[in-house]
Design a binder for this molecule. Structure first.
Ligand SMILES: C[S@@+](CC[C@H](N)C(=O)[O-])C[C@H]1O[C@@H](n2cnc3c(N)ncnc32)[C@H](O)[C@@H]1O
Length: 274
């Protein structure tokens, strides 16, 4: 089988290209990952070398090739009910508080991967008697097409549902051969889109958002890319809107556009206004 060598100069050029397109910064130590993950594509399309492949990406503006690249370089690790303290805060405090002052709430899961995050939110909204699900809109997006297709299928492995309580599993999933299909009622609560966080035009598709989940994605970006995403996000959010990042992430030294609040031992950021 042909093995394509990724030489240092081509790696640096490819890394710059990936960074410009996605905000994802690939460390030197991850060169092997890029080299391995793209082997199959280069073989299938009978490229002569990584240089050839890079040429096609850069100068042919081929969207399906770009989609393949996005799928290959992204890490889509996620699972249902991840970081449940944040979810509890959202469901028990933030959404009820917002609905006491306004008619509707718009939530955006802005790097939703294979859908576990927005579907968890939808399930919890459905479970809470104080929230009328028809008053909550959930938008979910990701850069990776294959992750979004998995979200559309809504079929999950036992790994993905390992933190789902059994009564919830029974109520919202159908099991078949150790795979779990999410109910159509929950699926219908989510609108799924392909949106690249580093592309301002694509980002502006979503507006007037009350609550954003941007969890476990900025960790792949450098500070400049983080700042860019957060400043666009700032403009798309409603005043005093809420922003969740991953529990191990911090926006300290990255932006002053959002300030951290500690509620119920959980950090949530708030859009700074005035
Ligand atoms: C580790 S997953 C996080 C999933 C979920 N938010 C969670 O916390 O469980 C990171 C996701 O970020 C997405 N991603 C990476 N770069 C992106 C970009 N520029 N625009 C949109 N999504 C991006 C990846 O495709 C991946 O699905």
């Amino acid at each position: 089988m042909v093995h394509y060598e990724l030489d240092r100069d081509t790696f640096l050029e490819l890394r710059d290209f990936v960074y410009q397109q996605t905000g994802i910064y690939i460390q030197d130590s991850k060169k092997y990952l890029l080299e391995n993950r793209l082997q199959k594509r280069l073989r299938e399309n009978k490229f002569d070398s990584f240089k050839d492949y890079l040429y096609l990406l850069k100068y042919r503006k081929n969207q399906s090739e770009l989609n393949y690249l996005f799928d290959a370089i992204t890490t889509n690790e996620t699972y249902f009910f991840r970081e449940d303290k944040q979810l509890n805060l959202l469901i028990n405090k933030i959404i009820p508080e917002l609905l006491s002052k306004q008619q509707r709430v718009r939530i955006w899961s802005a790097a939703c991967s294979t859908g576990e995050e927005p579907y968890s939110i939808a399930i919890l909204i459905n479970e809470n008697r104080e929230i009328n699900p028809s008053k909550v809109e959930i938008i979910a997006s990701d850069i990776s097409n294959s992750a979004l297709n998995s979200a559309r299928r809504g079929i999950y492995s036992s790994y993905s549902i390992r933190k789902v309580p059994s009564h919830i599993l029974k109520k919202y999933f159908t099991e078949s051969n150790d795979f779990y299909k999410i109910s159509d009622n929950i699926k219908r609560m989510i609108k799924l889109y392909q949106i690249n966080l580093i592309d301002e035009k694509q980002m502006c598709f979503v507006r007037n958002v009350d609550i954003v989940f941007l969890r476990n994605v900025l960790i792949y970006f450098d500070d400049e890319a983080k700042k860019k995403v957060l400043s666009v996000l700032y403009d798309l959010m409603k005043d005093a809107g809420y922003l969740f990042v991953g529990v191990s992430e911090s926006l300290h030294n990255v932006t002053t556009l959002f300030k951290p609040l500690m509620i119920d031992h959980t950090v949530v950021y708030r859009k700074v206004t005035g």
